[in-house]
Design a protein around this ligand. Structure first.
Ligand SMILES: [Zn+2]
Length: 225
């Protein structure tokens, strides 16, 4: 059975999002709609005067990890354990903290998520690629993930942040856009106004095409490079 890893509701009357972090963590939104959430990760209990004016935000551990890591959290009181209790999403915990949690222990589903996060970081360390390099990077692309609210659910997607050699962010491209760029179908203009067309650049400036396609997320099975 899927484990709840994030239990929140958004009150559509006042716009507040309230999160219940632990079993008897009962939260209210504070407006006349009296939206409430309770139960932490054991049971998702929620309500409001007008139930149609709340949006439930419940995230489970069997959803795509790219999304889970942005919601599943760890409570902590800082390094010495003396600061106020705060909750940090897995994606914002530092490597050292993740390792420390494995030694400290916790619920098995939680430790599984911590291990997944460590694994995820190993896998995505190569999250930047040099699209063009001539005695230094000319254009680079970096994975950026987005969580969008779609109706009552959420959707995660990977986009690509494009930077030029002056480290200026030029744009955020979708998978289709960056694919089209690498096929010479669209150009990129950098912060100095120079226009780059990929297909007119020499191969010596480009990464291996298979590596590039894997970075973009193109299905490379059966393709000949
Ligand atoms: Zn409210």
């Amino acid at each position: 059975m899927a484990q709840l890893v994030y239990n929140a509701i958004k009150c559509l009357e006042c716009g507040n999002t309230i999160v219940s972090y632990y079993t008897h963590d009962y939260k209210k939104c504070g407006c006349s709609n009296h939206a409430l959430v309770d139960g932490g990760l054991d049971y998702g209990r929620y309500g409001a005067v007008d139930i149609n004016k709340i949006e439930r935000i419940g995230v489970y551990d069997n959803e795509p990890f790219e999304k889970v890591r942005q919601f599943a959290f760890r409570g902590g009181r800082g390094k010495g354990g003396t600061q106020p209790l705060t909750y940090t999403p897995l994606c914002e915990m530092n490597d050292e903290w993740l390792e420390a949690v494995l030694e400290y222990g916790g619920a098995s589903w939680h430790l599984d998520l911590i291990r997944k996060e460590i694994q995820y970081r190993k896998m995505t360390k190569q999250n930047t690629i040099e699209l063009l390099n001539s005695e230094g990077p000319i254009l680079t692309a970096k994975h950026v993930s987005h969580v969008q609210h779609v109706g009552s659910g959420m959707k995660t997607s990977i986009d690509f942040e494009i930077k030029d050699q002056f480290k200026k962010t030029l744009m955020i491209m979708t998978k289709k856009e960056i694919f089209d760029f690498t096929r010479g179908k669209i150009d990129i203009t950098d912060s100095r106004g120079r226009v780059w067309n990929y297909s007119t650049r020499p191969g010596t400036e480009k990464p291996d095409l298979k590596k590039l396609d894997e970075f973009i997320g193109v299905d490379t099975t059966g393709k000949i490079y």
